[in-house]
Write a protein that binds this ligand. Structure first.
Ligand SMILES: [Ca+2]
Length: 188
């Protein structure tokens, strides 16, 4: 049995419409990962690696990978936002696989919309997930499934995205926690 979550990304968070403003620090991973990103792992076979060859260009990417066995590999950053009038875009390659009936895995980019105190008001997740992944959409969770395990660019207008959460007051959203996560569940 082999279960694998593989994630690579370049993140960019730009203010609109005037000047492009990178709110994500070290969002292109051109500096050492530890400078601006927090790394969290649980379980065996976890990797968080910054390197250039994951995508064949001259730039850096990051790999967050979780192999066989329950647990996760995650990098994340809390981004204070001055306004919800922002364009979010990300270039990412997400892969998840599980070969048996019980275990599951998922790889995703999670955007947690938080108030000033860090309480989560809503979550958007761009994901690749296997059949038995237990996540379901709700009033506070929106799932965007990727079409395949290739590099793609995803983006949306944050203010418009927040309208998908019926109970969420956009005025309360003061920060976005961006997390790149690969995880394995179900005791594989
Ligand atoms: Ca590269």
């Amino acid at each position: 049995m082999r279960t694998l979550g593989l994630t690579l990304l370049v993140a960019l968070f730009c203010a609109a419409p005037a000047h492009a403003l990178d709110l994500v620090r070290n969002g292109d991973f051109e500096s050492e990962l530890e400078a601006n990103w927090r790394i969290e792992t649980a379980g065996l076979s976890t990797f968080t690696i910054r390197a250039t060859p994951f995508e064949p260009d001259g730039d850096y990417e990051v790999l967050a990978q979780k192999g066989t066995g329950n647990g996760h590999a995650k990098i994340y950053q809390v981004v204070p936002i001055p306004t919800t009038e922002l364009d979010f875009s990300i270039r990412v390659k997400l892969q998840a696989s599980a070969t048996a009936t019980g275990p599951w895995s998922a790889s995703g980019v999670f955007l947690y919309y938080e108030d000033f105190f860090g309480n989560i008001l809503g979550t958007t997740a761009i994901v690749d997930r296997t059949l038995h992944c237990p996540w379901t959409e709700s009033a506070v969770l929106r799932l965007i499934d990727v079409p395949d395990a290739e590099w793609h660019e995803y983006g949306f207008d944050l203010a418009a995205e927040l309208e998908n959460f019926p109970g969420l007051d956009p005025e309360q959203v003061k920060q976005v926690r961006i997390s790149l996560t690969s995880l394995v569940g179900g005791d594989c």
